[in-house]
Design a protein around this ligand. Structure first.
Ligand code: EPZ
Length: 418
């Protein structure tokens, strides 16, 4: 397995361009199933999860090609089965459920199983789809869904503003018979990007970005050309990279409007951010960082996908702070690895108490999930000496060319292929 070797202590200086958003591209790729006619997507990041999604689309009957950062897809005679060997590698595969039910009236999707950060069930997806007339059986590790005739528009209230659940229902409702209202819907920018893609294909959606979304079903959707939004979590990760190394970065193509909660917390810690024309400038305000308390929330609150990265930065802040993880039940896998680098973090249930130590010392550490890996890379960039981050296939799921981008701004980081 590949690993990254990072020589820390170099302040990063220069420009980093943000790639397209993984968490917008994944649902949009599944939504391509709904389009009759060719779809051309631009600004698609070259990531492991994107390749997995394209494999899934091929299995389902879509012909796809991926050139540079462009995806071309055209779906004909679809088949309703998403196999386990593929779904187990990427839980977002469950997002083909809504499209398949809307198009074929049936779907067989392997239960995604848990992942490092938690059980991650899909009960809210299924309950909402049942309100639209779908019926489900869970047999032999598969979700088998059927629907007699077309899905029917329904008034749905989610128990929790689930991102994936909102996305599955947006796609299912786009071709349903009648109007669907989604209450307590997720407001994440990636949900809005999916809605905008569906609208570009001819869907009739309003309220996306708020917690009440209305979808009036149409008979068919057409192909279109669409640019995927920039990745706000990648952008936030590089903001932390500037602050943790006490450097200065210009973050290009930065979705700054979608990063209010992150910018607010970084400013509270003593990071200076300035939106200029086409980029966001990030550096420490006056060299000193102060620790804060943070709680992860659904959008527009502080994003869980930026929790591990902020914790790495807090190792260099003065005083103590708390990190409360309220979205996932096990998203502290990075804590013990940061402690190996000298961090002072104590866990109490779903809250981590972080005391700044001012310096970290490089050591071999193990990545466990995507954002935990990112936090270890950030810590390694600021640690004294060499840090070896192992199992970086986790990182390759969500950060396009990370070592190239970081080397381009002075980071001493190289990939060692195992
Ligand atoms: C999406 O996951 C993202 N993934 C995650 O990003 C992100 O952390 C998460 O939203 C929250 O923002 C993609 O978009 C591909 P949820 P998703 O449904 O859709 C529980 C990354 O690092 N829940 O909002 O799975 C669930 O267990 C990844 O890029 C149910 O209980 O998130 C979790 O505790 C990690 N039942 C919470 O809700 C359900 O039916 C949030 O889940 C659905 C969810």
């Amino acid at each position: 397995m590949d690993k990254l070797i990072i020589e820390g202590g170099v302040p990063l200086e220069g420009e980093i361009r943000v790639s397209g958003s993984k968490n917008a591209a994944l649902p949009i790729l599944m939504a391509c199933l709904l389009a009759q006619g060719p779809v051309e997507l631009s600004n698609v990041p070259r990531l492991a999860d994107i390749h997995t999604s394209l494999k899934l689309l091929n299995i389902l009957g879509c012909s796809c090609s991926f050139e540079g950062n462009r995806v071309y897809s055209e779906c004909r005679n679809l088949v309703p089965e998403a196999p386990y060997e593929l779904v187990k590698t990427m839980r977002a595969s469950v997002l083909c459920l809504g499209p398949l039910l809307a198009l074929l009236g049936e779907a067989r999707v392997a239960l995604p199983g848990g992942c490092a950060i938690g059980a991650r069930p899909v009960d809210l997806h299924l309950k909402a789809l049942e309100k639209m007339g779908a019926e489900f059986k869970l047999t032999e590790g598969y979700i088998k869904g059927t629907c007699k005739g077309r899905l029917k528009g329904a008034h749905i209230t989610f128990d929790f503003p689930t991102v994936g659940g909102t996305e599955n229902l947006l796609m299912a409702a786009s071709l349903a018979d009648g109007e669907t209202i989604l209450e307590n819907a997720a407001r994440e920018p990636e949900v809005v990007d999916l809605a905008n893609f569906l609208i570009a294909c001819g869907a009739d959606i309003s309220g996306h970005g708020t917690s009440v979304i209305t979808v009036r079903g149409v008979d068919s959707l057409k192909g279109c050309a669409y640019r995927v939004m920039p990745d706000r979590i990648e952008a936030g990760t590089y903001m932390v990279a500037a602050a943790i190394t006490d450097g200065e970065l210009r973050i290009m193509d930065c979705p700054y409007q979608e990063l209010d909660a992150v910018a607010y917390k970084l400013r509270e810690m003593g990071v200076w951010l300035q939106e200029e024309n086409g980029y966001v400038l990030v550096r420490r305000e006056n060299g000193v960082l102060r620790n804060v308390d943070v709680t992860t929330q659904p959008f527009p609150g502080y994003p869980t996908d930026m929790q591990a990265q902020l914790m790495a930065l807090m190792c260099f802040g003065e005083g103590a702070g708390t990190v409360e993880e309220k979205i996932f039940e096990n998203r502290f896998m990075h804590v013990l690895e940061l402690v190996r680098l000298g961090a002072d973090v104590r866990l109490r249930g779903r809250t981590a108490m972080v005391r700044g130590v001012g310096k970290l010392v490089g050591a071999p550490v193990m990545a466990s999930d995507l954002r935990a890996s990112a936090s270890l890379v950030l810590a390694g960039l600021a640690a004294q000496g060499a840090t070896e981050v192992q199992r970086i296939y986790h990182l390759d799921r969500g950060y396009e060319r990370i070592e190239e981008k970081l080397s381009g701004v002075g980071g001493r980081i190289r990939r060692v292929r195992a």
